[in-house]
Design a protein around this ligand. Structure first.
Ligand SMILES: [Zn+2]
Length: 455
């Protein structure tokens, strides 16, 4: 296979040619209430050729059968010649590497029977359903995936990389009359099966939270100082800010260009936000992105100042900056586009107790239940929340929706916690190509004067 790929690239008449070939095996098991909705495995293989012709553009061909790669390259070349781009496409230089990354998993899920995986999910599902009679519905899922990728380019890069994924998702729905409440938890990483075993306590806590939410009052709307827990702060950094750092978006959007000026102050000195595709075991991690660019840490906001953004080779060349290893594709059916990997707010120095100590009346908002962003405006629902009264966590409240302007909100982050962690509850980012695994990371953060929708 390797020689076939090299030969096909060598014969290409394009200015630049790359081939990415992928083998994927995956298992998926899902329960909905008592019903087993899915239990199956897929084996999938395919690839993609991208050719670039200077006076044309990109030509892309995807395929499943790997015979005659030469013909696929020729097809992609012809598409590239016919393509019309407004300005010539350049690719910023990257190091040429030959590398092979094999993972070894503590308990490789590929060697575990479907029956054992099903028993694991069934066990969690039973715990959710049996926790309380008010639990009326569940959605419990297990997924694993092992991807083997080969990437080669006409510049001489040849990379082979293995990417595992294992994840469990727990959703419990509690009901009392018309009052229906949902709680959600999960765990996912580039790990072995052991990572998602032994989560009985997490399952019980999920069910209990759904039940607790039945008794929670709807929050009274207004402006509050708000402390976000790590999981909500991480999603906020990704959704409200991170997507604006994706250079394909910045380049194509004049309004975004005006906003995302390097050197502009975005927050106070304690605010640093970065993306790092090289941290082991996280969902957005790979040694090389889908253009063969090595991944690493890219600071986006450093000490409050916008210092960088995320690039593919093409956007880096357009903007005269360096590629950052953020060209990612959701599998072989797609060409890479600029995506985040693992995006995080860096740890600060303030212990959690100090974050809440001086708040007379405020809100401790936990986890995200979804959100919307429109350029600089955002709104997020937290999954559950508590009032903060006289410096103490008080009663649980529900339906907490945070809304605001990104720039005002970032400037209003007046304290950053020392309790950073990478959130391993699972994350996917949608952007044209469907869900791509990403990880969020953050400490707890305090934001002054947040608009909270509610009663
Ligand atoms: Zn996203």
């Amino acid at each position: 296979m390797h020689q076939k790929i090299r030969d096909a690239i060598k014969r290409s008449r394009a200015d630049y040619t790359e081939i990415r070939v992928e083998d994927r095996e995956a298992t998926s098991i899902r329960y909905r209430g008592r019903d087993l909705e899915e239990a199956g495995a897929v084996v999938d293989a395919g690839g993609i050729v991208r050719c670039l012709v200077r006076n044309g553009g990109w030509g892309v061909v995807t395929f499943n059968d790997r015979d005659d790669l030469g013909a696929k390259v020729q097809q992609a070349y012809e598409c590239a010649r016919l393509a019309q781009t407004e300005e010539p496409i350049e690719l910023a230089a990257i190091p040429i590497v030959e590398d092979r990354i094999n993972v070894s998993l503590e308990r490789d899920f590929r060697g575990v029977s479907l029956a054992e995986k099903k028993a694991l999910v069934e066990g969690y599902n039973d715990l959710l359903l049996g926790h309380d009679e008010r639990i009326v519905d569940t959605a419990t899922a297990y997924q694993d995936e092992f991807r083997h990728l080969v990437f080669a380019s006409s510049e001489g890069t040849f990379v082979e990389e293995e990417l595992p994924y294992v994840g469990v998702r727990l959703v419990a729905r509690a009901r009392e009359g018309d009052n229906v409440q949902t709680a959600m938890e999960g765990r996912a990483g580039q790990k072995g099966l052991g990572f998602v075993q032994g989560l009985d306590d997490l399952a019980r806590a999920t069910a209990q939270r759904a039940v607790d939410l039945l008794a929670a009052e709807t929050v009274i709307g207004g402006r509050y100082p708000v402390v976000l827990n790590q999981r909500l702060a991480g999603v906020f950094a990704h959704e409200a800010f991170g997507h604006l750092s994706e250079s394909d978006f910045v380049y194509e959007n004049p309004q975004a260009q005006e906003m995302m000026v390097l050197g502009r102050r975005f927050g106070r000195d304690h605010l640093t936000i970065f993306d790092d595709g090289s941290t082991p075991g996280l969902l957005g991690t790979h040694r090389y992105d889908d253009e063969g660019t090595p991944t690493g840490r890219s600071d986006l906001i450093q000490d409050g100042i916008l210092v960088g953004r995320l690039h593919s080779r093409e956007t880096a060349a357009k903007m005269g900056e360096k590629p950052t290893g953020n060209a990612r594709a959701t599998g072989y059916r797609y060409p890479p586009i600029v995506r985040m990997t693992n995006t995080a707010i860096e740890a600060g120095k303030t212990p959690f107790e100090e974050l809440i100590r001086d708040i007379k009346l405020g809100i401790y908002a936990c986890d995200a239940f979804g959100g919307q962003t429109m350029l600089e405006n955002f709104s997020f629902s937290s999954a559950y929340a508590y009032m903060i009264r006289d410096g103490q966590i008080a009663e649980m409240v529900k339906d907490v929706i945070l809304a605001g302007n990104l720039f005002t909100t970032l400037m209003n982050i007046d304290a950053v916690g020392d309790d950073f962690f990478w959130i391993e509850s699972g994350g996917r980012c949608g952007k044209g190509q469907g869900g791509l695994p990403v990880t969020f990371g953050a400490p707890s953060i305090r934001i002054q004067d947040v608009v909270i929708g509610g009663r």
